[in-house]
Design a protein around this ligand. Structure first.
Ligand code: C2E
Ligand code: MG
Ligand code: MG
Ligand code: MG
Length: 286
């Protein structure tokens, strides 16, 4: 945005831009304080098996409640953290919380896969795989209970280097999923070449089910492709029974969405996953 103003315009007084920059800087400063002050938390959103209605996994989602700014949405602060590089610190913290939590679930005799979002910058850090391996060892969590969510943009970067990291993760036994599938620059070739375990259908497509013909066609195509390639498919942002039914009819494995539950604090999720007949199960059988 600054660039668009052109050369030589920086000296002019631009109150709007200054206010914007100031609030950005304030927010970034607050964000850097938030971890140490305990204002960040990791919440967990259930992933539900279509056929049985059982909770089969959870996505770890970071939450920030600031004394000054109130609840700040990840849609606002994650991009800020990505631009400033702070995502490396924040992401490492989220990863440790998630691995620790999944180890707790396993200790209770109910192991579940935890999915953690990984930004491009984190993924590119030297020693990324080694740090994950060390974390799993530290908490005694077998790698198969951890899944990393990458976006198509991550997969587009320096192909050779990326492939080496993905291969190392696959050897370790960590699951890999493609988040927001269909919204980035998809090169379908990588689905064949890389070890990808799951596709997460972006909620923008799910939102149009079952009425929108275009969304139905896209979702059906993704589900069919996933099945043919033996890659699991998870639908994101399922809010209604009609959407769930449409997805099940198309052969989708699994969903995530407010229909079952939003992301919740770790303590609430522990209670929820321990229920013999979960809300999700009742919905599926209705
Ligand atoms: P995402 O990874 O695609 O996560 C799914 C988003 O959809 C979450 O938003 C979740 O709360 C929301 N969602 C779940 N079910 C529904 C539903 O039924 N309807 C609607 N409308 N939304 C639903 P959230 O938590 O605000 O996160 C937004 C994005 O921020 C995430 O999108 C992810 O890209 C990023 N993010 C969140 N936590 C982390 C993190 O720990 N690390 C990184 N790198 N990114 C994160
Ligand atoms: Mg995600
Ligand atoms: Mg995402
Ligand atoms: Mg997504």
């Amino acid at each position: 945005r600054v660039k668009e103003r052109g050369r030589g315009s920086y000296g002019f007084y631009q109150p709007q831009m200054n206010a914007h920059l100031l609030s950005r800087m304030k927010m970034e400063h607050a964000m850097r304080q938030a971890l140490n002050h305990g204002h960040m938390a990791v919440h967990y959103q259930p992933q539900v098996d279509m056929a049985t209605g059982c909770i089969v996994g959870a996505e770890a989602l970071v939450r920030w409640t600031d004394p000054e700014f109130g609840v700040v949405s990840p849609g606002t602060f994650v991009p800020l953290a990505e631009e400033s590089g702070y995502i490396v610190t924040l992401g490492a913290w989220v990863m440790e919380q998630a691995v620790k939590e999944a180890a707790h679930w396993m200790g209770c005799g109910t192991p579940l896969v935890v999915s953690v979002n990984v930004s491009a910058l984190e993924f590119r850090q030297a020693g990324f795989v080694e740090r994950i391996s060390a974390l799993l060892a530290q908490y005694g969590l077998p790698a198969r209970w951890l899944e990393l969510e990458l976006t198509e943009t991550v997969l587009l970067q320096d192909a050779q280097e990326m492939q080496q990291v993905l291969d190392a993760l696959a050897r370790l036994g960590v699951g890999l999923s493609i988040d927001d599938f269909g919204t980035g620059y998809s090169s379908l070739a990588y689905l064949k070449k890389l070890t990808i375990h799951r596709l997460k259908i972006d909620k923008s497509f799910v939102g149009g089910l079952p009425g929108d013909g275009g969304d139905c066609a896209i979702v059906q195509a993704i589900v069919s492709m996933g099945r043919a390639l033996r890659i699991g498919v998870v639908a994101e942002g399922v809010e209604t029974q009609a959407q769930r039914q449409a997805l099940q009819g198309m052969g989708c494995d699994c969903y995530q969405g407010f229909l079952c539950a939003p992301a919740m604090p770790a303590a609430d999720f522990r209670v929820r996953m321990a229920e013999p007949a979960t809300g999700a199960k009742r919905i599926a059988k209705r």
